[in-house]
Design a protein around this ligand. Structure first.
Ligand code: PGA
Length: 242
């Protein structure tokens, strides 16, 4: 596990973007696991800007979405896909065939899980997984208590996450369930890039690094992964001794 601390959110995003690009370019298969949330938005902005200026070509990259709220897809304002379409897929005009993303509105969510697993296999596994971290240590929608053995699955959302998740929406939403890649999918990724920024993440970052590995704190389940790198800004790093 490596930790990189930047002074600012912008510097953290720039460094993480550069590392994602380097890792993707060095890999023969190029499947990027892409997470929504406020934290990775700056990283996506960097990648979009590099493509727009001609400094980067992502035409051979493929994408798998980390998670989605049950009952929602890209047509729902505030959904994970909605934000990523706006921040990443639309500006880069990524062809739909290159993206696998859980459709939380599908009648058969188990089938969505199977389709995602097939897509990952078909593309040789996840090259780089970009992740944020929840205030309770969740990763994707793998909430405290999740089994580390799970692949794509339907998850119950922790009450704290249901409350925090309202920030992505303009009107109150029911966020009781989600569909997510499991810890097992992420452990199998070749590289994991986890980002945390801001003072409100300082306490969970400290726990993520210092508490015993346990499924009660899902982020700790990633700690033994040899390609795990954590990117923090100064505020998020405030409580850790480095
Ligand atoms: P955030 O979400 O980046 O919006 O803080 C992180 C997460 O819940 O995984």
């Amino acid at each position: 596990m490596e930790i990189f601390v930047a002074d600012t959110y912008k510097q953290m995003s720039m460094k993480a973007a550069q590392d994602v690009i380097t890792l993707m370019q060095a890999s023969k298969n190029k499947l990027l696991c892409i997470a929504s949330g406020d934290t990775p938005a700056g990283l996506y902005k960097e990648i979009v800007s590099k493509v727009k200026t001609g400094a980067l070509d992502v035409s051979d990259w493929k994408f798998v979405g980390l998670d989605e709220w049950a009952g929602m897809n890209g047509h729902d304002e505030g959904s994970c896909r909605y934000h990523l379409d706006k921040q990443f897929f639309f500006p880069l005009k990524i062809n739909k065939e290159k993206i696998s993303f859980f459709n939380g509105r599908a009648a058969d969510l188990e089938k969505e899980c199977a389709t995602t697993e097939d897509f990952i296999k078909q593309h040789g596994g996840i090259t780089v997984a970009i992740l944020g971290i929840g205030l309770n240590g969740h990763i994707g929608m793998n909430e405290p208590g999740t089994s580390p053995l799970l692949h794509s699955h339907i998850a119950e959302i922790d009450p704290e996450t249901q409350a925090v998740g309202q920030k992505y929406f303009t009107t109150p939403r029911q966020l009781s369930h989600g569909i997510t890649l499991g810890i097992s999918n992420l452990i199998q990724a070749r590289h994991i890039i986890l980002l945390a920024s801001g003072i409100n993440k300082a306490a969970i970052v400290k726990k993520a690094l210092e508490e015993e590995i346990s499924k009660q704190l899902p982020v700790t389940l990633l700690r033994d992964h040899t390609g795990f790198k954590i990117y923090l800004d100064a505020e998020a790093a405030q409580l850790v001794q480095l």
